[in-house]
Design a binder for this molecule. Structure first.
Ligand code: VG1
Ligand code: CO
Length: 546
């Protein structure tokens, strides 16, 4: 084996964010940049010798180059085997499923998720541990510390491998097995949902759906499961071919970016689809739409929690549930009624891992179009879509009717997120600093009908390993159940992104049909006044509203 030790110098910007290391492609293309980070991951993994690693990405620009490099580095660092998705492709939830199914040591996912791709877009890399989930903070911090002192990395001198044919080949002393990226994942789904029932729904001819894969990774998964296995009409999956630049689009499944899907669902007439869904770059997010009807991700989580006992894969029902702190409190009401625990975690899927592993919860979600369960350790876009399909098939109701019935029973949490993207880092930091200084004096203050019950900088103690995560967002809770939350994004690559999350609870069913932005207008105004958003950012309006 011809292993080379390459001398290198540390980069000072390799601290993983909410979900791995995310940078512009041009940053990753600097000599040694990717290699330094990969070697730092490997250096932090004890007992990796001879073990199996899973490797794949969302197919964005630089995926193939990075896969070849990582394979050669894995061989030089003593791994026994790498399972790599054909063509270098694997969705994020599929990596999680493959790690668990094959009891692998861990996995590397190449993706910048919902961020745009292409030579001028973003790239990212993330390490997942043996439970299939994102590395916990302790490990990501250790990896970061290693990047700050790295002096060399190891790489096998070998030709690039052919990764389009399934099967095993050797790379130095290591085996590389190219696997079907869809197979293990699709198999897992058949155990969770009633495929027969969903198939009958499609076969009835009375139900049509559109799935927008946004030219990202979910296309092949959705085609296989929805069209081939469940009998959805050919053409149900649109934009189903993964492209290196996502066709120039922004692979983020929300009303602002999945415009083609939204147009289809807004059609009228007998041939308008009944159900629409989309997923993001790496397949872990989902948006769910009914006919001319949008389901907020927070409501979706609450509805899944209220219905999980109906599904074949969850005979024990809801064991407990968790949501990220900024996610609306709709699911809390479901947990309360069912008498199960509801955990509030910091943003990012890595905080759900311990809760899932220890069976404190079996369902979790985030307001950012992410929901998942204990079947894997990542959020899972297509899983959520299948859940909704199963629900529709069982209840024989439209998406809108299911949601409205839920609101009638539990009340409605009006919810919105306002993002201010690419703000100057210094301005964003000053805004947060100023807000932090104000927190203590906010308690007890009134703003019209809103009285502050609690204002703090969210801190989380993991109930399992007792690790503490601080400064996870500033939250202001009002006595009537309304909330305003502020935090800075940990996934952006240009400047800073300020996220402001706003919600208010409405128990009255006759008031469940209001326009979200209008009914939250007073809180939105207060959010600006309290934090000085205009003053600090110089912006009059958010960049994206979801
Ligand atoms: C965002 C979302 C967060 C999500 C993360 C990764 O993080 O808010 O809920 O877990 O993206 O999702 P941030 O720090 O930018 O707010 V994915 O689909 O981009 O891996
Ligand atoms: Co994603």
């Amino acid at each position: 084996m011809n292993i080379k030790e390459i001398n290198t110098k540390p980069f000072d910007d390799q601290r993983p964010g909410t979900s791995g290391l995310r940078k512009q492609v041009t940053v990753f293309q600097q000599p040694h940049y990717l290699e330094n980070f990969v070697q730092s991951i490997f250096d932090c993994l004890e007992e990796k010798t001879g073990r199996t690693l899973v490797l794949g990405g969302d197919g964005r620009y630089y995926n193939r180059t990075a896969i070849q490099t990582i394979l050669k580095m894995a061989a030089a660092n003593g791994f026994g085997k790498v399972l790599v998705g054909a063509g270098g492709l694997l969705s994020t939830p599929a990596v999680s499923a493959v790690i668990r199914h094959h009891e692998a040591f861990g996995g590397i996912i190449l993706s910048a998720s919902h961020n745009p791709g292409g030579p001028d877009g973003d790239f990212g890399i993330k390490y997942n541990i043996s439970n299939g989930g994102p590395a916990p903070e302790k490990l990501t911090e250790a990896i970061y510390a290693r990047t700050c002192e790295l002096s060399h990395y190891r790489v096998l001198q070998a030709d690039d491998l052919e990764l389009d044919q399934l099967g095993e080949q050797s790379l130095g002393n290591m085996t590389v097995e190219v696997i079907d990226p869809v197979k293990d994942y699709a198999e897992l789904m058949t155990h969770l949902f009633d495929f027969g029932r969903i198939k009958a729904l499609f076969d009835s001819g009375l139900f049509q759906m559109v799935f927008d894969a946004m030219h990202a990774i979910t296309g092949p998964y959705a085609k296989e499961i929805l069209e081939n296995q469940l009998g959805a009409a050919a053409g149900t999956v649109i934009n189903g071919e993964p492209l290196e630049d996502f066709g120039g689009g922004h692979p983020d499944p929300n009303l602002a970016h999945a415009t083609e899907l939204v147009e289809r669902l807004n059609q009228s007439g007998p041939h308008a689809p009944n159900f629409g869904a989309a997923s993001d770059g790496d397949g872990d997010r989902n948006m769910v739409l009914g006919r001319r009807f949008f389901v907020t991700p927070s409501d979706s989580l609450a509805i899944l929690a209220a219905n999980v006992h109906r599904l074949p894969g969850y005979p024990q029902g809801l064991a407990g549930v968790a949501r990220s702190m900024p996610t609306s409190m709709a699911v809390d009401r479901v947990a309360e009624r069912l008498g199960v625990d509801c955990y509030e975690t910091p943003t990012g899927w890595k905080f759900f891992g311990n809760l899932l592993d220890n069976r404190k919860i079996n369902l979790c979600g985030e307001e950012s179009f992410g929901t998942g369960s204990d079947h894997v350790r990542e959020k899972d876009g297509l899983w959520a879509v299948l859940f909704w399909l199963n629900l529709i098939a069982m209840r024989q109701q439209s998406v809108e009717d299911i949601v409205r019935e839920h609101w009638c029973l539990y009340g409605r949490n009006y919810y919105t997120r306002h993002d201010y993207e690419a703000v100057e880092q210094d301005s964003a930091d000053s805004l947060m600093k100023n807000l932090r200084a104000k927190i203590t004096e906010l308690a007890g203050q009134s703003f019209g009908e809103y009285e502050v019950q609690l204002a703090d900088d969210f801190q989380y103690t993991d109930p399992v390993d007792k690790s503490v995560s601080e400064q996870q967002g500033i939250r202001i809770l009002f006595t009537n159940g309304a909330r305003i939350v502020y935090r800075l994004s940990g996934t952006g690559t240009q400047g800073a992104t300020l996220r402001v999350y706003i919600e208010r609870f409405e128990p009255e069913a006759s008031l469940h049909d209001l326009d979200t932005q209008a009914t939250l207008a007073q809180l939105i105004k207060m959010a600006d006044e309290i934090a000085g958003i205009k003053q600090f950012t110089g912006r009059d309006a958010p960049t994206v509203i979801t």
